[in-house]
Design a protein around this ligand. Sequence first.
Ligand code: TYD
Length: 147
Amino acid sequence: MAASTTETPVGRVKPSRLIDLEQHKDERGCISVAESQWTAGFPIRRVYFLHDLTDGTSRGGHAHRELEQLFIAAHGGFTIHVDDGHQRAEYRLDTPGTALYVGPMVWRDLRDFTPGGVCLVLASHHYDEADYYREYEDFLRDSRRHA
Ligand code: TYD
């Protein structure tokens, strides 16, 4: 069961939110579906996944200027901390049937992966280092300027 610590929306440009994926279950198992138009709300141009993660590691530690993403716990679970420079929240993702939408100008940290956990990410744009904020102070300055 995916869960959030707060109802307060985090993301001034577009709020972060949990999305139930379309699922098709039968006696063989389950298919969970994410589509650009119906699920993500953005064109899915890139797919990547985090796997073979070192015990106790954290990922993320950045924000994006334009990028929109869906995060899915394809296997196991992890916690995403989101911060828009004003509000913070954390989401525990631990079911493949739920995605977390994270939009532009949201700092994110991914932590507390279960052993063997796999984080699937669907992204609106191709990889572009210029879209990243790598320094929290730079992100905070710009997020507060846009407020
Ligand atoms: P980064 O986005 O910082 O990873 P995470 O959010 O999981 O901590 O990326 C780590 C490295 O991988 C960095 O050198 C950039 C590279 N990378 C790509 O080349 N293409 C990609 O699509 C992604 C997501 C990362």
